[in-house]
Design a protein around this ligand. Structure first.
Ligand SMILES: Cc1ncc(COP(=O)(O)O)c(C=O)c1O
Length: 367
């Protein structure tokens, strides 16, 4: 298998634990184990006596029941749990694509969405959106990319890195296009619930379309990335079966303590997601004000959903070198757009409680 280095994660591997203030993260303020254990009276005792044997391959029934409860039309058997969304991207693509297939992937995108698809040997076309068009979703262009051998379309809304959100009408049209050609719709919904206006929330793709796979995890909207649990939901049992076969080669089953804690968290899922959404919505005006003050340097399409935005940077300097210098000298970590092959952009994250402090530090550093 040939695969390019994962530029986003390489950058964070190098800087995330060296810079004091994170100003680009795609996750929201996280919770502690004791925050979770306080959610139900018997939770602490259940964790203490938990047997640390292997768990069920598709995920414990308790966890799959809690996941299914987050969908209108999913049953526990429609769910496959994962070691977070990243495992889902890897095993779903490798289970469903190969040489001779064609896939369409939205771009810019979280790197593995593009590079793991390519690593299967499938031919990949990018459905590219543009800052200049307000990151608009051009569905006619998407249709023009489809071919007789197109097997899968990957989309991610709310979107990393632009914070854009597909409208309900566009999403329904996308489903219609996929259904008309029986194309698998691989819908990465890890930021679902973080729409700044809850009226913009889309249904999970797997509730709308029988050949959709909805990908989610507790890493973003739920504030629990350290538990490393995600899941796929699909009403097509053949799709779930094929992906499960590959999970036997990656993790076999998930971590037992994490499964217990995530089932607990999902039973209180609305409250946890709302906690993150409120922080995102209260931080956004602070970032807005900062970008307004610095409009000579940054120009952004204001995000509509999720904890990140992707301004364009003015000037001819090297944005990646500037991000590294800022991390080193100001202790504030931004993510250079070069990791998305958008070298004139920079990613800001606004889902953390330390945002005011990080902005103040960046302001002082810029002078
Ligand atoms: C769109 C998208 N999908 C998947 C992932 C991976 O998430 P996880 O931490 O659950 O593996 C990320 C992480 O940033 C992401 O932004």
């Amino acid at each position: 298998m040939e695969i390019r280095p994962f530029a986003i994660e390489r950058f964070y591997e190098r800087w995330e634990f060296r810079a004091e203030l994170m100003l680009s993260s795609s996750d929201c303020e996280s919770l502690s184990v004791s925050d979770l254990l306080a959610l139900e009276p018997d939770a602490e005792e259940r964790l203490r006596v938990l047997d640390l044997g292997y768990t069920e391959v598709p995920g414990s029934l308790e966890l799959r029941t809690a996941v299914a409860g987050r969908y209108e039309r999913a049953q526990p058997q429609d769910v496959l749990t994962l070691a977070a969304a990243e495992e889902g991207i890897f095993i779903a693509y490798h289970a469903l694509l190969g040489p001779g297939d064609h896939a369409v992937v939205e771009a810019p995108a979280y790197g593995s969405a593009i590079d793991v698809a390519r690593s299967t040997g499938a031919e990949v076309s990018l459905w590219r959106r543009h800052h200049e068009d307000g990151w608009a979703y051009d569905l006619e262009e998407l249709e023009s990319l489809l071919r007789a051998d197109t097997r899968l379309i990957y989309v991610n809304s709310p979107h990393n890195p632009t914070g854009s959100q597909m409208s309900r009408a566009a999403f329904e049209r996308l489903v219609e296009i996929a259904r008309g050609r029986s194309i698998i719709l691989f819908s990465d919904e890890v930021y679902r619930g973080l729409e700044h206006d809850p009226a913009d929330r889309l249904p999970p793709a797997s509730d709308l379309y029988e050949r959709a796979i909805s990908l989610n995890s507790v890493s973003k909207a739920y504030g629990l990335p350290g538990l490393r649990i995600g899941w796929l939901a699909s009403r097509d049992p053949a799709l779930i079966d094929r992906v499960r076969e590959l999970k036997l080669y990656t993790t076999i089953c998930s971590s037992a303590p994490s499964e217990l804690l995530v089932a607990l968290a999902l039973r209180h899922g609305d409250a946890l997601v709302e906690r993150s959404r409120r922080l995102v919505v209260s931080n956004l005006p602070l970032l807005d004000a900062f970008l307004d003050r610095r409009h000579d340097l940054f120009d952004w399409v204001r995000p509509k959903a999720g904890p990140i935005g992707f301004p364009r940077v003015a000037g001819a300097f090297d944005v990646q070198a500037w991000c590294e210098e800022t991390a080193m000298n100001a202790g504030v970590l931004l993510l250079p757009g070069a990791v998305y092959e958008e070298p004139r952009h920079v990613r800001f994250g606004f889902g953390r409680a330390s945002l005011p402090q990080a902005l103040e530090r960046l302001d002082a550093h810029l002078g």
